[in-house]
Design a protein around this ligand. Structure first.
Ligand code: NAD
Ligand code: UDP
Length: 311
């Protein structure tokens, strides 16, 4: 199969390209390199089944493909808030451009949606039926509402034009190839610990997140794309829930750093808690994450040691 992966030079996209190439597919990896990088995909440079296209998905793109994975969008709050309007354009116009292509080609298309569609949730853990609590004018809205609108577009193309969609809602995922400076909590804490810098906990650290290791998540992507029974949306994430303070302490313990925890102001609209209800994924995809946090953190720490030139 020939497969288009938008955002293919990013953290998740590059792992997805690896797995799809391993299966013998031909890949077009489309990326504008805003938060992704060639280093994430350079190991495929000489692979004849791999093609990199530098393109911005806000503009239409044409190619002959059998499947599309739409991942293009900055995912870390620092980067998606850097140019909020551009983030909305990427989500919404990117979805329209990819869906238009899927419609023309009769290609199955996958959307990387997010737990952020639940906003700061009043229901815990979050099932797919929960409609969310998003502040439409807050600083996270460019991402949250952009992704919500993209889901709307996916389901309207499905209902109106019969486009063969698959939509997953991804909860916080971490692992090798996260950007060292991308501001997400796992990469921030590990990089700070390895550099012996203070570990910056925002707020009092009692807010919770559930962290999924990247290999588990990509397994979920492939299971979702390969089955014919459901279109989604379906939650993919690790139900193990930790406070941010617990995460900081775990990173300190695993890196053996002398870094101290410091507390900084909590950004506005920062969700208090987040934990996926993955009953649907278990039932329909026979999927659940396998990698415990400690094991995934060790692998990620080893990656950053190399990435930062400490090994
Ligand atoms: P990432 O920032 O590493 O990857 C996003 C990629 O998209 C980058 O390579 C970036 O350069 C590219 N991109 C951004 N805007 C683009 C544009 N206009 N045109 C073309 N390419 C563009 O982030 P990630 O963690 O790999 O996230 C991938 C997808 O998964 C995103 O859609 C994100 O919203 C979603 N997601 C990720 C997580 C997570 O925890 N990692 C959670 C929920 C949802
Ligand atoms: N966070 C933190 N210190 C950091 C970066 C993030 O305490 O250096 C907190 C952040 O406020 C949030 C949680 O960690 O409560 C997860 O943040 P991240 O940006 O990784 O993802 P998201 O908020 O989108 O889940």
């Amino acid at each position: 199969m020939r497969i288009l992966v938008t955002g293919g030079a990013g953290f998740l996209g590059s792992h997805l390209c690896d797995r799809l190439l391993e299966r013998g597919n031909e890949i077009i990896c489309l990326d504008n390199l805003f938060t992704g990088g060639k280093a994430n995909i350079s190991h495929h440079w000489t692979n004849p089944n791999f093609e990199f296209v530098r393109h911005d998905i806000v503009d239409p793109y044409k190619a002959e493909v059998d499947r599309i994975f739409n991942l293009a969008c900055p995912a870390s709050p620092i980067h998606y808030q850097y140019n909020a309007i551009k983030t909305i354009k990427t989500s919404v116009m990117g979805a329209i451009n990819c869906l238009g292509l899927a419609k023309r080609l009769n290609a199955r298309i996958f959307q990387a949606s997010t737990s952020e569609v639940y906003g700061d949730p009043e229901v815990h853990p979050q099932p797919e039926s929960y409609r969310g609590s998003v502040n439409p004018i807050g600083i996270r809205a460019c991402y949250d509402e952009g992704k919500r609108c993209a889901e709307t577009l996916f389901f309207d193309y499905h209902r109106q034009n019969g486009v063969d969609i698959r939509v997953v809602r991804i909860f916080n995922t971490y692992g090798p190839r996260m950007n060292a400076d991308d501001g997400r909590v796992v990469s921030n804490f590990i990089v700070q610990a390895l550099r012996g810098e203070d570990i910056t906990v925002y707020g009092d650290g009692s807010q919770t997140r559930s962290f999924c290791f990247v290999d588990d998540l990509i397994n979920g992507f492939l299971r979702m794309m390969d089955q014919d029974a459901i279109v989604g949306p379906i939650n993919l994430g690790n139900p193990g829930e930790f406070t941010i303070l617990e995460l900081a302490e775990k990173v300190i313990q695993l890196t053996g750093t002398n870094s101290k925890i410091i507390f900084e102001p909590l950004p506005s609209d920062d969700p208090l808690q987040r934990q996926p209800d993955i009953s649907l994924a278990k039932e329909h995809l026979d999927w659940e994450p396998k990698v415990p946090l400690e094991e995934g953190l060790k692998e990620t720490i080893a990656y950053f040691r190399k990435d930062l030139g400490l090994d």
